[in-house]
Ligand binder design. Structure first.
Ligand code: AMP
Ligand code: MG
Length: 398
């Protein structure tokens, strides 16, 4: 049986690389950038005034001038006016520095009367003060964003400032989520006492959406070999990634691994030395599709989705692996089996600046309502069985 690390390595190595497409700026948030974004112009593009006030020539101040006739007013967006000797131009924040001016005096430090601006008694005007020099942030052509980052709202500002209406980004993966099980009935449909509400499909869709993959279709299939063969094949024809839940354990109706083999999905592994989620299955379809078959137990399905599917989708999209996160156990945890334990936790931050993980008990791997109170889970390595409070552990947030 593979360890959790071996399983993740195999999954990542098997992921196809999604192609690049051009994405309109307004749809680019959350996508993975696949090009360099370079500065269209110098930033600032001109010597930019940083205060409302007057623009003067500092030489006039050093020569003793304190009263400056106001030549005109220049707003942000106006072309730079040429300043006449001994005069001032009334100037607004964001305006381009007038020609011949090299000093801004803030409006708070002057009085304007009958078209003449007088500096406050004793005010020491400084050359270059309150001027944001052209190209001091970056020069035209500078590399602003590198490929491989997930585009954030701040990146959108950078892309827009580079004058781009679209960017090259990874195509979103086409993902199909398939819930299997005769007992499952979706919300909104009539349900019998012996049946179970289908929750994994919508939960997996929501988890994928949270991580940047919002448009994943869902299907529900009953445990019938012929139907599973036909429908999973059809989904494979359309998808880059197929995520099944249920039907991978030892039950008599757990047909999923057999059916996947029959339709040409090559198994990479079945079972991982972990709890929850030990029965997980993974393989590669005839067209290179990644096929994840997660255990049906809701806690297992969600942990496996977060642990393996999310990093796999990021890899396929060209995003770098997320840096590891750590938390400190808030209480002792004992876990005897020779398996890696993924322990759901609630997080609090301590006054000392530590992230504390409070273990939240799920009675069984089917007790998923308790998961709502959690922020993620921590990884307790299999070599150990007692984890004292204060132990530093890997943290995975939902
Ligand atoms: P299985 O892995 O198919 O044996 O399913 C294990 C358990 O998880 C069973 O109790 C199922 O009823 C439950 N289960 C499986 N799939 C789902 C689902 N999509 N939503 C909610 N519970 C499920
Ligand atoms: Mg089942």
């Amino acid at each position: 049986m593979l360890t959790t690390t071996e399983a993740l390595d195999r999954v990542l190595a098997a992921m196809p690389e999604l192609p690049v497409e051009s994405v309109a700026l307004r749809d680019a948030h959350g996508r993975v950038l696949r090009q360099v974004v370079a500065a269209e112009r110098d930033q600032p593009p001109f010597d930019r005034v940083m205060m409302d006030g007057i623009a003067i020539a500092h030489r006039d101040f050093t020569n003793g001038t304190r009263r400056f006739p106001v030549q005109c007013t220049q707003m942000a967006g106006d072309p730079a006016v040429e300043l006449a000797p001994g005069k001032a131009i009334e100037i607004m924040t964001g305006a381009s520095l007038p020609v011949n001016a090299d000093c801004i005096v803030p409006v708070e430090r002057i009085t304007v009367d009958q078209g003449v601006a007088t500096l406050d008694e004793g005010y020491e005007a400084e050359a270059a003060r309150f001027i944001h020099p052209r190209a001091s942030d970056h020069a035209a052509g500078s590399r602003l964003l590198a490929p491989g980052r997930r585009i954030s709202p701040l990146d959108i500002a950078v892309i827009a400032s580079a004058g781009m209406t679209s960017v090259d980004a990874s195509r979103s993966p086409v993902v199909r989520v398939i819930s299997t099980g005769n007992e499952l009935v979706a919300a909104g449909e009539d349900i019998e006492p012996h049946q179970v509400r289908l929750s994994n499909g919508p939960a997996i869709q929501a988890l994928l959406a949270r991580h940047g993959y919002p448009d994943c279709e869902h299907d529900h299939l009953v445990d019938e070999r012929a139907l599973l063969r036909e429908r999973i094949s059809a989904h494979l024809d359309e998808a880059d990634v197929v995520i099944l839940s249920g039907g991978v354990s030892m039950g008599k109706a757990d047909y999923v691994p057999d059916v996947l083999a029959e339709i040409g999905v090559e198994v990479s592994f079945h079972r991982i030395s972990q709890r929850p989620g030990k029965p997980m299955w993974f393989g590669t379809g005839p067209g290179g599709q990644a096929v994840f078959a997660l255990p049906g137990n809701p806690v297992s399905a969600l942990v496996c989705c977060r642990q393996y599917v999310i990093p796999a989708l990021a890899k396929a999209s060209g995003a770098p692996a997320a840096p590891p996160e750590f938390a400190s156990l808030a209480s002792d945890v004992a876990f005897q089996p020779d398996l890696t334990c993924f322990q759901p936790v609630r997080l609090v931050s301590s006054a000392a600046g530590q992230v504390l993980a409070i273990p939240v008990k799920t009675n069984t791997s089917g007790d998923f309502t308790a998961l709502s109170a959690t922020d993620g889970y921590v990884e307790l390595p299999r070599e150990q069985s007692l984890f004292p409070a204060g132990t530093s552990v890997f943290l995975y947030r939902w």
